[in-house]
Design a binder for this molecule. Structure first.
Ligand code: REL
Length: 845
């Protein structure tokens, strides 16, 4: 190497190292050992008080108390939360800029610099200040740009001190410590990537609702203010700010209990409502059940063309009630529940009516807020509403367009260039849990971080930065997936398709400690991988070939063993957390596979081998019994029954959760023999073939021999995505789409295979994605041995008849004929014409 080059490299390294050091300082570091000038968070049984301003937003004091209780869990001593300075040498001072006198004084005196966060959205700075006020030696200061900024800042201290956001919701208890010190330095937290970030509690009838009725809001036997207070605290710990409350029949509407919105406001949480609950009304309860009580007469039909007066008043009254809260209104109209708007039957008629409805809804906003643009509004083109929108329905520019996934985690559509210019921007409604066809998945939670990162990064790159909400079912057991979704919403650059598979390790370390993290992460990732080709809830509608069954049984047996091994090393303090976050979902998934496979195997053994048939029948039955036992343990035994009612092994009593047909039904007890109910919608469902293992050649898409990229983008391998846990995709998603006539200019990958001369089938397996928007496609061009290209459209939205199968088995498949003229190495080149297409496997038979 010549000297000049060495010098240049040194300079570059100097800058890289220098910059990363500057960045490294922008963080809050809490360590167990005393260091010079470090702030003692816990020292010899002494903890500093937390000083807040009584004129600041209430959430600041609420979260200060939560932090105090977290420090109490760590040290055994709970700090006081005070409004006046005490005689202590050390204090935590927390407040909102412009709301807290003390914070404002510190700024004025030049001791606190808030220039990078002031007037920003939900930002904060945390710093140590020596001699901040008379008599105080040192303070740890949290200054928020607004009320939630301060709250997130306070919880950052708790998090860095080792307290998981799931400390209460999954009993992740922090490691006890005798001392903890905050190193001197400053953390400046910039604005979150996505402005409104939250969860939708849904299908709560057999989990959250019975549990809340039994353990939380016992007075009303429902999900009410006490439950919501805990939900809101969790949201703040997860740096979220929005709720779509529960809305099923068993639960009374959020607004029915006057304390619910009050609690939301105290916690600084924005109240919205789901895609069909317009204008913050919850129709299943408020229109169908409670209208007469509220209005003194029975309602006419919930439709706007014939019953405008009643519907308008119903909406108007809610806006009046909600006007002083931080609220977000869903506009437009659907049926009472998750169905199409009632009235006109043609598309044109529906569009015209929706147009009138939105105009009238905005008149209500004008009445209460001075201008129709002054209310936060979303429009959600969910299910059939998307087709009305794409057929020309106009949505006011300031309204946020909330795109949705197809209920299975694959986003249906994103903003085109002109939509990206809308002042209301766009957002996403995403599912981790779903009730509906082809088959519910409301029991466990298995949509992987890799899939979420792929879809949500794409959404963000296409402008969905205003609103992200995720359907979380009953919250439990979707803990890690919820946290990942909200972590992404907070900082979309931190978690991307390229590193999402590492999230499990990051999360496991924060939750269970560094020593156990590698094994826990590998269990989690394997759990997601197995669910990619068949969710536990879908095992009853999937047909696997024998080789796949054997492989899955072995893989799950291995997972159970790993769970047991790790469990034996988990500290006693975290045993219940481990059960909730790891053991129950992983074993549940494994046992669900065993239940179905052994049942099928019992029926397949030759009639002469009754012993084997009986053995398989027994194994199937044991699997179900173990699921029931584990569920009982979850509800009744852990944490002294704290979670009683939160989980059932048979949501909605669907047949899939019962005993499948076995060779020896006589071994079943009466209760196991009782058939579960089948939802009528599923009766005609033909089992769907899962990925088969038989083929001549199977190539993972990432095993290409060469590739050709184009400037300003690359071809990435997304770990944890697709059938074999690796898929390739163009990145970023905003790259150009190539017309088929231009295919030769598109990026490509090339594979070499050795085949005899002859006629074959080439099968391409991709993620069941949809084209990003109507102006783009999801095309591939396949060129074998420089022959003429064959074009393949992999857009799963265009193939409605295959959609169900694709999302359940986890891949979209297209087959083309492959002609090999002479024996030897064949060159298969795959041009990737579009972004948003993830190729996972190429099979030849
Ligand atoms: O039952 C309902 O109406 C809702 O639970 C569903 O329609 C929900 O909004 C939908 O997104 C499914 O998850």
């Amino acid at each position: 190497m010549n000297r000049k080059l060495v010098f240049q490299i040194t300079i570059v390294l100097f800058f890289i190292i220098g910059c990363s050091e500057v960045q490294a300082q922008n963080k809050l570091t809490i360590v167990p050992q005393a260091k010079a000038d470090a702030f003692p968070l816990v020292e010899k049984g002494i903890v500093p008080s937390i000083l807040t301003d009584k004129d600041d937003a209430e959430v600041v004091t609420i979260v200060a108390n939560a932090l105090a209780s977290d420090i109490g869990l760590i040290s055994g001593v709970t700090p006081q939360v005070v409004n006046k300075s005490t005689n202590e040498e050390y204090l935590i001072i927390a407040g909102t800029i412009g709301k807290s006198q003390l914070i404002d004084e510190l700024i004025k005196s030049g001791k606190l610099d808030v220039s990078s966060v002031k007037n920003k959205w939900e930002s904060y700075t945390i710093t140590t200040i020596n001699a901040p006020i008379a008599g105080v030696k040192q303070a740890l200061v949290v200054a928020g740009s607004d009320r939630r900024g301060t709250a997130y800042g306070l919880f950052e201290i708790s998090k860095q001190a080792g307290v998981s956001p799931w400390v209460w919701w999954a009993d992740v208890k922090p490691t006890p410590r005798k001392s903890l010190y905050v190193l001197p330095g400053t953390l400046v937290q910039k604005e979150p990537s996505v402005k409104y970030r939250g969860i939708f509690i849904n299908d709560e009838d057999w989990g959250l609702n019975p549990w809340a009725a039994k353990n939380m809001d016992k007075d009303i036997k429902d999900i009410g203010p006490k439950t919501y207070a805990k939900v809101f605290e969790l949201l703040l710990r997860l740096r979220a700010n929005l709720i779509w409350p529960a809305m099923h029949d068993e639960t009374k509407a959020f607004w029915y209990y006057p304390q619910n919105p009050v609690v939301a406001d105290r916690y600084g949480i924005v109240i919205g409502s789901t895609h069909c609950d317009m204008m913050l009304r919850s129709n299943t309860f408020e229109w169908q059940k409670n209208y007469e009580k509220e209005y003194g007469h029975k309602p006419n039909e919930y439709r706007y063309d014939t019953n405008k007066a009643e519907v308008t008043k119903y909406w108007d009254d809610r806006v009046n009630a909600a006007k002083n809260y931080e609220s977000m209104y869903t506009i437009g109209m659907r049926g009472v529940r998750d169905g199409s708007i009632v009235g006109p039957t043609t598309k044109e008629g529906k569009i015209a009516l929706l147009d009138t409805i939105m105009t009238d809804q905005r008149k209500i906003f004008k009445k209460y807020f001075g201008a129709d643009t002054n209310a936060l509004q979303i429009f959600c083109p969910y299910k059939e509403v998307l087709s009305l929108y794409t057929a020309g329905l106009k949505v006011p520019d300031d309204v946020t367009l909330v795109w949705t996934d197809d209920n299975y985690g694959y986003i249906r559509q994103l903003s085109n260039p002109s939509e990206q210019k809308r002042s209301g921007s766009s957002g996403i409604y995403y599912h981790l849990s779903y009730l509906g066809g082809p088959h519910d998945y409301t029991w466990l939670s298995s949509n992987s971080p890799s899939l979420m990162a792929y879809e949500m990064t794409k959404a963000y790159q296409f402008g969905a930065d205003k609103f992200w909400v995720v359907n979380v079912g009953d919250i439990k057991p979707a803990e890690m997936e919820i946290e990942f979704f909200l972590d992404m919403a907070w900082d979309t650059k931190k978690w991307t398709p390229e590193n999402a598979t590492q999230y499990a390790r990051y999360w496991a370390e924060k939750t269970f400690g560094a020593a156990l993290a590698p094994e826990i992460a590998s269990i989690k990732n394997e759990y997601y991988q197995l669910a990619q080709s068949g969710k536990p809830e879908h095992m009853g509608i999937l047909q696997f070939d024998n080789e796949s069954k054997t492989k899955r049984l072995a893989a799950y047996a291995n997972l159970i063993e790993k769970v047991n091994t790790v469990k034996s090393r988990v500290p006693k303090l975290l045993q219940d957390a481990f059960f909730q976050l790891m053991e129950y979902p992983v074993k549940g998934a494994a046992l669900m596979n065993q239940k179905f496979f052994y049942a099928q195997m019992s029926l397949e053994v030759p009639a002469t081998d009754g012993k084997l048939a009986l053995e398989y029948s027994q194994k199937s039955k044991n699997a179900l019994e173990q699921i029931i036992d584990l569920t009982h343990h979850y509800n009744k035994e852990i944490e002294n029954g704290k979670w009683d009612g939160i989980i059932t092994h048979a949501p909605r009593n669907l047949a899939t959760y019962g005993m499948p047909k076995i060779a020896n039904p006589e071994i079943l007890s009466e209760s196991l023999r009782k058939p579960q109910e089948y939802d009528k919608r599923y009766l005609n469902l033909t089992p769907i073939d899962a990925a088969s293992t038989f083929k001549l050649v199977s190539i993972n898409a990432s095993d290409f021999k060469s590739k050709q990229e184009i400037p300003s983008e690359k071809i990435i391998t997304v770990q944890g995505l697709g059938l074999d846990g690796k898929s390739i995709s163009r990145y970023p998603f905003t790259g150009k789409s190539f017309a088929t006539s231009d295919y030769a200019k598109a990026p490509y990958v090339e594979y070499n295979v050795n085949l005899k001369a002859g006629q074959y089938q080439l099968s391409l397996k991709t993620l069941p994605n949809k084209a990003i928007n109507k102006e783009r496609n999801l095309n591939l061009a396949i060129v074998v041995n420089e022959q003429t290209p064959q074009f393949i459209d992999t857009d799963n939205s265009k193939e409605d008849k295959n959609w169900s199968a694709s999302v359940v088995r986890g891949y979209f498949e297209k087959q083309i004929p492959l002609k090999i003229e002479k024996k030897g190495a064949a060159k298969i080149r795959v041009y990737i014409l579009d972004t948003g297409l993830a190729l996972s496997r190429i099979d030849i038979k």
